[in-house]
Design a protein around this ligand. Structure first.
Ligand SMILES: [Zn+2]
Ligand SMILES: [Zn+2]
Length: 207
């Protein structure tokens, strides 16, 4: 049985479950902007690479900017990594086509995002692709100082079935998310009343 390469959950015969396929799509969408921001962080306005070298020493030992980071985290390298994935996916999917020319990070990300349905259904390395894209995102965020938003745990699902048995699955949401569907019972938390019930009916915390 094929399970999600990232979380190991049942995925209906696909290499990524719905959640991780969505996550990969979102990351592919974000990467080009993120790496634009990385470029702005690393190159002082109006300056060239020479100036970066001189500010390195002045930043002091507490500077979060690791020297090696300058070599490793940049749009050119991210572009190379993503391009290699595109080359591989294209070779698997259309073996008779030649390898695509380097097209830039944004173009390759968009291409992969558009082929994601096929990737998830047919490409055994989908999990590895997802992992590398996540690493590229994490590396970029470590520089732009914008940690990926984390899901907030709101409590456990208070929806009850017809027998009055409370669901109890963990409910969490991303900051700003207005609608959350319980992954276990399918109850949708959406209205102020839903959120109120969710908060009000939480079981006592076991101390
Ligand atoms: Zn998954
Ligand atoms: Zn539930």
């Amino acid at each position: 049985m094929i399970t999600c390469e990232v979380c190991g959950e049942e995925s209906g015969g696909r290499y990524l479950c719905g959640r991780h396929a969505e996550q990969l799509a979102a990351r592919l969408g974000d990467l080009p902007t993120l790496y634009d921001e990385v470029a702005q962080c690393l190159v002082p306005r109006g300056g060239g690479w020479g100036e970066i070298v001189s500010t390195r020493g002045a930043a002091g030992p507490r500077s979060p900017l690791d020297e090696s980071v300058l070599d490793e985290v940049n749009a050119a390298r991210a572009g190379e990594v993503v391009h290699l994935w595109r080359v591989d996916v294209q070779r698997e999917r259309w073996p008779h086509h030649g390898a695509p020319d380097p097209a830039g990070l944004a173009t390759d990300c968009r291409w992969l995002a558009m082929e994601l349905e096929w990737v998830v259904a047919n490409y055994p390395a989908a999990g590895e692709l997802a992992r590398e894209v996540r690493e590229l995102e994490t590396a970029a965020r470590s520089i732009v100082g914008d940690p990926a938003p984390r899901a907030q745990r709101l409590g456990t699902c208070v929806a009850a079935d017809m027998d009055g048995v409370v669901c109890g699955a963990v409910i969490s949401r991303m900051p700003g998310q207005a609608r959350v569907k319980c992954r276990w019972c399918g109850y949708v938390y959406e209205t102020a009343r839903d959120w109120g019930l969710l908060a009000g009916l939480q079981p006592e915390e076991a101390a």
